[in-house]
Each structure stands twice: as structure tokens, then as C-alpha cells.
Design a protein around this ligand. Structure first.
Ligand SMILES: *Cc1c(COP(=O)(O)O)cnc(C)c1O
Length: 326
């Protein structure tokens, strides 16, 4: 069917993650909402990055690497989970954070618990991480190590295969639940998750639209990245192109709030509503903002059929971002 099953993969995910109805939230919004619980992927405190790491760490091992080098911001779920996955497989984790040393909380505190070798770029620019990852990996190689380097977010074609696999998992659950959603709704950051879901939708010919809410970059840049990554994934997996509408890139803009990594008022309201109706936590950086967008779409009558909302993780940032009140 595709090359997916031939790729090396290590089992980090307690799959399938649950697909659950959200009856009280659905009644409030006047739209049928289901949750795909990828906050329960089963490594660390869960999250979507675990699915990407199944393929990425397997590739590192297949290439004979002995350490993993990646990075992001101190509250990055990606960086912490990459370090954790590295430990699960006996690789030494190296993390590059932008900015300057600060009091560790949330993901940063967990990365220290894991014993990751942490470096700061000293620059407030996110892109400073990219060059420092390369410099550090080069230094390690010169010192005789065999580093495996990964970009911020793990958004590579191979990492995105995690959500092609998740699409197959979801397809079986939709069949069992006799559910045909209009949309799969998610938060988009580095774009790998949306690209994997789109490639998966193409592979399966599913009729749902994959709708990403951008939380960290302008919509146009996001759409370009998703499209390019989706093409790369379909090439890696030899998925033939289709004319299906499900292949279209849909990005919702306007819910970033004060900026990437910072909680927004609308997001906090959305997270509160979901916690109080369904007993599920949405993280402030991704889940809360994408739910705020879904709530608006539902209230404005723009949702015609059932929606599967991807709960994508981020539990460590729930407790590291203080100052929010009920
Ligand atoms: C990284 C992340 C996302 C976004 O996924 P991308 O593949 O980077 O677009 C969404 N939710 C959480 C909790 C994340 O950590």
C-alpha cells in the first residue's frame, strides 16, 4: 500500500490512543466534537511529538548514531520529548535552547531531570537554535561522537510519517464508531503533524479536511511549509498524487494571541470550557488556541459535520505558565 511499514520504527506509542466523543462540549457549541487523545501517547507526559520520534530515533539507531542533537525554546515539548526518547534508546541527548539560562520550570525542568546536556544560544531569536545545533553536532563529530541532528519541532518528512501512521489508526477507529468527520482539527506549529495527516488522508482517500490553526508563524508561510512537507512525505512513502479535495492545505489564522508560547485570553477561555465540560486539559501554547478557533467556527455556524479535534499534548506547560486565573 505504501512504504510506511518498511520504515524502521521503535515503539514509543501506546497506540491506538482513544477516540472519544465530547457530548457536553458538543451541546454547548452546537457541533459534534470528538477528541483524538494524543495527549495519551504514553511516553513521558504524552503528546504528538512521540509519534514523530518513533521514526526519527529509529533512523538515528539505524545509522549507528550515539547521541541526538536538537533544540528549541525552554518550554518546548519537542526538545524534552526528543531527549526522553533518546534516553529510552541509550542515546545521549544534547539540547540547544535560544535565550539565556533561566530558572528551570515545566519542560526545561524535565529536560534537566533527564540529564540532557543543555546549551543556550544567548540570542532571543528562535533561528539561533538552528546554527547552534549544527555547530554543536560538528564539534561532537570532531570529538569522535556520531551525532544525529534534528531540526526544531522534528518537522522532517520522516518525522511526519508518524501522523501517516496515526491516520491509519484513526481510520480504523472512525470505521468502528461509524463516524465520517467533516474535519480533523489541530494546532500547527512546525507543520509536521498537519503534513503527516494530509499525506495520510491522501493515502487513504479520506473525505475529511485537515484544518490546522497556526500558532507560531504567518498563515502563508505555514501553508507553504505544510504543502512542501506533505509532498516530501508522499515521496518518501511513494503515495501517488490524488485529485481529492482532502489534499488541500487549510490554515486558520488569527488565534496566536500575544505571540508564540504565550497564553491568549481566548485560549484560556477555551481550555477552561473543555476542562469544565469534558474533564480534559488543553495546553496553553497549542491546544487551547486551536480550540478557541474551533469554538468561534462553531458559534459562527461554519461547522457542518462532526469534527475530530486532535488533543496534541503539552502537559508540562500547563503547570509552568503561571499567572492565569479562573
Ligand atoms: C509541537 C506541538 C504541536 C504542533 O505540531 P507541529 O508538528 O509542530 O505542527 C501541537 N501541540 C503540541 C502540544 C505540540 O507540542
Amino acid at each position: 500500500m505504501s512504504r510506511l511499514t518498511e520504515l524502521p520504527r521503535i515503539g514509543l506509542t501506546a497506540a491506538p490512543t482513544p477516540l472519544q466523543p465530547a457530548p457536553r462540549l458538543s451541546r454547548k457549541l452546537g457541533a459534534e466534537i470528538w477528541f483524538k487523545r494524543d495527549d495519551l501517547t504514553g511516553t513521558g507526559l504524552g503528546g504528538n511529538k512521540v509519534r514523530a520520534l518513533e521514526y526519527l530515533v529509529a533512523d538515528a539507531l539505524a545509522r549507528g548514531s550515539d547521541c541526538l542533537v536538537t533544540g528549541a525554546g525552554t518550554q518546548s515539548n519537542w526538545a524534552m520529548l526528543a531527549a526522553l526518547a533518546a534516553r529510552r534508546c541509550g542515546l545521549d541527548p544534547y539540547l540547544v535552547y535560544y535565550g539565556s539560562p533561566c530558572e528551570p520550570t515545566g519542560n526545561h525542568a524535565l529536560a534537566e531531570l533527564i540529564g540532557a546536556d543543555i546549551r543556550f544560544t544567548g540570542s532571543a531569536q528562535r533561528v539561533s537554535v538552528d546554527t547552534t545545533i549544527d555547530e554543536l553536532a560538528d564539534q561532537l563529530a570532531t570529538a569522535g561522537r556520531r551525532p544525529y541532528r534534528l531540526p526544531r519541532g522534528g518537522a522532517t518528512a520522516l518525522g511526519a510519517c508518524g501522523y501517516v501512521r496515526a491516520s491509519l489508526e484513526l481510520a480504523a477507529q472512525l470505521l468502528a464508531a461509524d463516524l465520517s468527520p467533516e474535519m480533523v482539527w489541530l494546532a500547527t506549529g512546525s507543520c509536521g503533524t498537519q503534513a503527516g495527516l494530509l499525506a495520510g488522508a491522501r493515502l487513504l482517500g479520506t473525505p475529511y479536511r485537515v484544518t490546522g490553526v497556526t500558532v507560531s508563524r504567518p498563515a502563508a508561510e505555514c501553508a507553504e511549509r505544510v504543502a512542501a512537507l506533505t509532498t516530501q512525505v508522499t515521496e518518501v512513502l511513494a503515495i501517488p498524487p490524488t485529485a481529492a479535495d482532502s489534499g488541500d492545505v487549510v490554515i486558520v489564522d488569527g488565534y496566536g494571541g500575544p505571540g508564540y508560547g504565550l497564553p491568549s485570553g481566548a485560549g484560556d477561555d477555551a481550555a477552561r470550557l473543555v476542562a469544565r465540560t469534558e474533564g480534559i486539559f488543553l495546553d496553553p501554547v497549542f491546544g487551547a488556541k486551536s480550540m478557541a478557533a474551533l469554538i468561534d467556527a462553531a458559534r459562527q455556524g461554519r461547522i457542518a459535520g462532526p469534527v475530530v479535534f486532535l488533543v496534541s499534548g503539552g502537559a508540562p506547560t500547563l503547570v509552568s505558565m503561571s499567572g492565569r486565573q479562573s
